[in-house]
Design a binder for this molecule. Structure first.
Ligand code: C2O
Length: 507
C-alpha cells in the first residue's frame, strides 16, 4: 500500500473578510485548510502539531476507521485533545471507500475555521462509474463570523439561546459579491464550454442546511458521502452540515462567454413550513450496489429533538421561558466527559466516566402531535449504548419538534448506514416497516431527521470502538444532541481494536 504523509501545523493566522480582519485557527496558515488526496486502499498519516493556545482534535469525517478507532478524533470520545505545544499522528487506511469526504476540528466550535476536503480516488486503473470528468473542483460551504469564534460560542452556550447568526456563508472561504464589502472575495470556476466538471461539494457550515444551484445549469448527482449513487439530475440540491455530494456539471457549448451565478442559501424548517417537497429530493438517490442488512439483531427507537435545562442562578438565559435550550436523544442530553471514552473503555476504567445504560425506548411511537408534555427538561448524563461485535442494527429516529422544529442532520462516526425508510408524522412500526427499502437504499454517514417525521437506518456494527453520533448542527451538538455507541471487540484477532498509539494525547 501507498502511504500519504501530511504535516498539519495548527497556527493562528490573520484573515480579512467583509473588510474586517481577525486571527483564526488554521492548518499551515491556509483557510480553508489543505486537501488530503489518497486512493482507495492507501494509508494516510497526518502529523498534527498544535501551536495555538487552544486544545485541538481533528476528525476525518466519514472515514470508516476500520480497526483504527484511535485515529477518529472526536475530543473526549476517542482521544483527549492535543494540548498546546503537543502533537499527535493520525494514522488510518482508507478501506472500501472512494469519493469526497472532509476533515474538521472536533472540539468546541473550532471547525468554524478548521476544515478541508478529503478526496479519495478509486484504486489505480479503476475508472469512475461515469465518464471521466474534464476537471474536478472542490466546493466547500462554510460560515463566517466577524466576531471571534470563541465569543460566538460563549454567546450561544452561556445564554442557552440560539447562536448569533453568521455574517456570511462562504464558498471555499469566500463570501462573494452579494454581501457588503466583499466584491473581490469571489470563488470562481473558470470553465470551458461543452465540458463536464466533477464538483465535490461539502457542507462545512456550522448550523445551516443549504440549497445550492447554478443558474441555467442542472447538476447530476453521482455520489453522496463517498458512496456512488444512481445518477440523478436536479436544478437545486439541499445539503446538510456534514454531508458531501459529488455532481457532474456539463457546461453548455452554445454559451461560450457567459457568466452564471452559483448560489447557496440557508434552509431552516419551521413548524408549518415543512412539507414533502422540502426534503424529498436528496433522499431519493438510489445506490445500485448495497449490502443492506436483511435481518436485524437489535431494533432501536430514538427520539431526537430540543428540550430545556434550568437557568443557572444569577444568570440571564435566552432559551424558552428564560431557561436554557438543551437537546437530547431519548431525552438524554449527552454531557462531554473530561477524559476520552475510548481510552477509558480500553483501559477497563469506565467508572465515573460513562454509564452503559443509554435508555432503550420501547418501539411504540412517540406522539409528537399531541399536547406537549408538561416538562421538556432533559436528563444530563454521559451514557453509551453497548453493541456486541457484528450486531446488525435497525435504528428509527423520530424528530420530536417539542420545542422548535428543525431538521437534524444526524452523523454517525465509524460506519456507513443505509437509509431504509423515512416518513412524516409518527413512526408506526406495524405499517411503516413493511415499506422499508431493503433493495437499493442510499448509503451514507449523515441523514436528516425531519421535524415531526422520522427516518430509519440500518448498519452492521462491524467496527470495534467508541463511535460518536450527533446532530451536525453545531449548536445542537453543544446542547447535547449526541450520544456514543460502544462496539465491543469480536473474538477473532482481526476483530479486535489494536492498542492505542504511544503518542495518544492525555487529558
Ligand atoms: Cu463531521 Cu462528529 O463529525
Amino acid at each position: 500500500t501507498t502511504t500519504r504523509h501530511y504535516q498539519f501545523d495548527i497556527k493562528m493566522t490573520n484573515v480579512t473578510r467583509l473588510c474586517e480582519s481577525k486571527s483564526i485557527v488554521t492548518v499551515n496558515g491556509q483557510f480553508p485548510g489543505p486537501k488530503i488526496v489518497a486512493r482507495e486502499g492507501d494509508r494516510v498519516v497526518v502529523k498534527v502539531v498544535n501551536h495555538v493556545p487552544y486544545n485541538i482534535s481533528l476528525h476525518w469525517h466519514g472515514i470508516r476507521q476500520l480497526l483504527s478507532a484511535w485515529a477518529d478524533g472526536p475530543a473526549y470520545i476517542t482521544q483527549c485533545p492535543i494540548q498546546s505545544g503537543n502533537s499527535y499522528v493520525y494514522n488510518f487506511t482508507v478501506v472500501g471507500q472512494r469519493g469526497t469526504l472532509w476533515w474538521h476540528a472536533h472540539i468546541s466550535w473550532l471547525r468554524a475555521t478548521l476544515y478541508g476536503p478529503i478526496i479519495i480516488l478509486p484504486k489505480l486503473g479503476i475508472p469512475y462509474p461515469f465518464a471521466k470528468p474534464y476537471k474536478e473542483v472542490p466546493i466547500i460551504f462554510g460560515e463566517w463570523w466577524k466576531a471571534d469564534t470563541e465569543a460566538v460560542i460563549n454567546q450561544a452556550l452561556q445564554t442557552g439561546g440560539g447562536p448569533n447568526i453568521s455574517d456570511a456563508y462562504t464558498i471555499n472561504g469566500l463570501p462573494g459579491p452579494l454581501y457588503n464589502c466583499s466584491a473581490k472575495e469571489i470563488f470562481k470556476i473558470k470553465a470551458k464550454p461543452g465540458k463536464t466538471y466533477l464538483l465535490r461539494i461539502i457542507n462545512a457550515a456550522l448550523n445551516d442546511e443549504l440549497f445550492f444551484s447554478i443558474a441555467n445549469h442542472s447538476l447530476t448527482i453521482v455520489e453522496v458521502d463517498a458512496v456512488y449513487v444512481k445518477p440523478f439530475t436536479t436544478n437545486t440540491l439541499l445539503i446538510a452540515p456534514g454531508q458531501t455530494t459529488n455532481v457532474l456539471l456539463t457546461t453548455k457549448a452554445e454559451y461560450p462567454y457567459a457568466n452564471f451565478f452559483m448560489e447557496a442559501r440557508p434552509y431552516a424548517t419551521g413548524q408549518g413550513t415543512f412539507d414533502n417537497s422540502t426534503v424529498a429530493g436528496i433522499l431519493e438517490y438510489k445506490n445500485p450496489t448495497t449490502n443492506v442488512p436483511q435481518m436485524v439483531d437489535r431494533r432501536f427507537f430514538f427520539t431526537v429533538g430540543l428540550g430545556e435545562n434550568p437557568c443557572p442562578e444569577n444568570h440571564t438565559c435566552q432559551g424558552p421561558n428564560g431557561t436554557m435550550f438543551a437537546a437530547s436523544i431519548n431525552n438524554v442530553s449527552f454531557v462531554m466527559p473530561t477524559t476520552a471514552l475510548l481510552q477509558s473503555h480500553f483501559a477497563g476504567k469506565s467508572r465515573g466516566v460513562y454509564a452503559s445504560d443509554f435508555p432503550i425506548m420501547p418501539l411504540t411511537p412517540f406522539n409528537y402531535t399531541g399536547t406537549p408534555p408538561n416538562s421538556t427538561f432533559v436528563t444530563n448524563a454521559t451514557k453509551v449504548l453497548v453493541l456486541p461485535f457484528n450486531t446488525s442494527v435497525e435504528l428509527v429516529m423520530q424528530g420530536t419538534s417539542i420545542l422548535g422544529a428543525e431538521s437534524h442532520p444526524l452523523h454517525l462516526h465509524g460506519f456507513n448506514f443505509f437509509v431504509v425508510g423515512q416518513g412524516f408524522g409518527n413512526y408506526n412500526p406495524a405499517k411503516d416497516r413493511a415499506r422499508f427499502n431493503l433493495v437499493d437504499p442510499v448509503e451514507r454517514n449523515t441523514v436528516g431527521v425531519p421535524p415531526g417525521g422520522w427516518v430509519a437506518i440500518r448498519f452492521l456494527a462491524d467496527n470495534p470502538g467508541v463511535w460518536f453520533m450527533h446532530c451536525h448542527l453545531e449548536v445542537h451538538t453543544s446542547w447535547g444532541l449526541r450520544m456514543a455507541w460502544l462496539v465491543l471487540d469480536g473474538s477473532l484477532p482481526s476483530q479486535k481494536l489494536p492498542p492505542p498509539p504511544s503518542d495518544l494525547p492525555k487529558c
